[in-house]
Write a protein that binds this ligand. Structure first.
Ligand SMILES: [Zn+2]
Length: 464
């Protein structure tokens, strides 16, 4: 409570929450969310020796049980050096398919020597919560747990089961996310609280827009290899593994996959165009209207921030070859990393790369680990309606539109099982302050009160 009155008072004055918003008050849940986030950040839930993901989950389980969950409905399952948690709030209709709330409690490695503050000592300062996991995604997770406990406290009775689950290796192998999605393949809908989110204006700090994430590009790594008999470097042959690989790489570097749109990216490009420079904005609108507009394609393909939004991209990321300074290379290899537009099979993209390389001496191999290609989730009226209502109750008038992510999240495993999954985190941050995976990660604590209200509205609307 002390925290709330001091820190929140400052942030409210900064007008991050619009003055007109009548945000329902849940002071107990607000305080609990911040306390839980701090405790969770203090656990070093990083892959490898001493991974404290299981302890983080045990702490979350204690909070859920203290908040009214039956201990037998909250299971923590160890896997390798990590663990995952599935917690069930039984609904009144056993035939109704569950609502799943999905997150993760592992974090990316953080080296204390590089940080201004210790990454695993949570600090609240100047209206921000600092620490590894503040944005990705222990703070989000704590707020969602506190919102569920507040719904229980208020006597809410869901019709569907509400399941909240946290995977334990989303940032690395993504093994537990797949196990969870396979166990919960009967879900009606998944809210991934590690995706989507809002953007604050860089100058005023006010909310500009909010996006929910309904699709993600799939991640693939393809290894290109050229082998050659080799020989002495004093007697070069016409055919050289390094030259052959280099020539193929140049052809791939010059190649552009056919630009494309889907329902999600069309809406995303059209509606986010107004937040871009006039040139980029105009190109985004023109491309959304006609994905064959060459001028628009040239503009968007030239900008690293937009090239990935208009189709599949593949790029060389690693290269190695040869075995001695004075020998002809017997082998040369390169890694091509692709971000594949929804709707394509990795095998088809690899075949397309092989056609472009246009040299039978260059072999291709899919060396992707822990990723699967998925289609976009449909634009579901019940989800879109619930998210607009929930967000409108705390940030009235702030535009809400869909987005497609450039990388993979745990949603991938649900979508691969045919379950609709949507990134719907209510966290608002400035684009310049997104330090996920980076140094000095932090999130504005003014997010807590509106996020609790938002989650309570969204969770109840989608489970009743
Ligand atoms: Zn994450």
């Amino acid at each position: 409570m002390v925290l709330r009155s001091v820190a929140f008072g400052t942030m409210m004055a900064a007008a991050i929450v619009p003055a007109s918003a009548k945000v329902a008050s849940h002071p107990v849940a607000d305080a609990q969310a911040l306390e839980m986030a701090k405790k969770a950040i203090a656990f070093r839930s990083v892959r490898g020796p001493g991974n404290q993901t299981p302890q983080t989950l045990a702490y979350i389980k204690d909070q859920l049980v203290a908040g009214g969950f039956s201990p037998s409905d909250v299971t923590i399952t160890p896997v390798d050096d990590t663990a995952y948690m599935i917690a069930r709030w039984p609904g009144s209709d056993p035939k109704a398919k569950p609502l799943v709330i999905s997150g993760h409690m592992d974090v990316v490695e953080a080296k204390p020597a590089d940080w201004q503050r210790d990454p695993f000592t949570p600090v609240v300062e100047n209206g921000y919560l600092f620490g590894r996991g503040a944005t990705d995604m222990k703070f989000d997770g704590a707020i969602a747990v506190a919102a569920l406990i507040e719904l229980k406290r208020e006597g809410y009775k869901p019709r569907r089961d509400i399941i909240i689950e946290f995977s334990g290796d989303e940032e690395t192998t993504m093994k537990t996310g797949k196990i969870i999605a396979d166990k919960l393949r009967n879900a009606d809908i998944v809210l991934n609280i590690d995706g989507g989110g809002g953007v604050l204006d860089e100058v005023t700090g006010k909310p500009r827009y909010f996006t929910w994430q309904g699709a993600e590009k799939s991640y693939s790594d393809f290894q290109m290899t050229v082998t050659n008999p080799g020989g002495h470097s004093s007697a070069p042959r016409k055919v050289n593994a390094i030259y052959e690989l280099s020539a193929a790489l140049l052809r791939i570097g010059a190649y552009r996959f056919k630009p494309e749109v889907n329902d999600l990216t069309r809406a995303s490009l059209t509606e986010s165009a107004k937040y871009e420079t006039p040139e980029i904005g105009a190109a985004m609108r023109a491309f959304a209207a006609n994905p064959e507009d060459q001028a628009a394609i040239e503009t968007l393909a030239a900008d690293p921030a937009t090239v990935g939004r208009i189709g599949t991209t593949c790029v060389a990321t690693l290269i190695s070859g040869g075995h001695a300074e004075n020998a002809l290379p017997q082998r040369a290899t390169a890694n091509i990393n692709c971000r594949i537009f929804p709707g394509h099979k990795p095998a088809d993209i690899m075949a397309e790369l092989a056609r472009v390389a246009n040299d039978p001496a260059v072999t291709f191999k899919d060396v992707t680990e822990g990723s699967v290609a998925t289609a976009a989730s449909p634009v579901r009226a019940d989800f879109v309606g619930a998210v607009k209502k929930a967000l409108g109750s705390v940030y009235p008038g702030v535009p809400v539109f869909p987005s497609q992510a450039s990388g993979a999240s745990d949603s991938m495993w649900f979508r691969a099982n045919g379950v609709d999954s949507y990134g719907a985190s209510p966290m608002f941050t400035k684009a310049s302050e997104d330090f996920s995976h980076g140094l000095n990660e932090r999130a504005p604590i003014a997010n807590v009160a509106p996020s609790i209200t938002y989650y309570m509205s969204l969770f109840s609307d989608l489970s009743n």
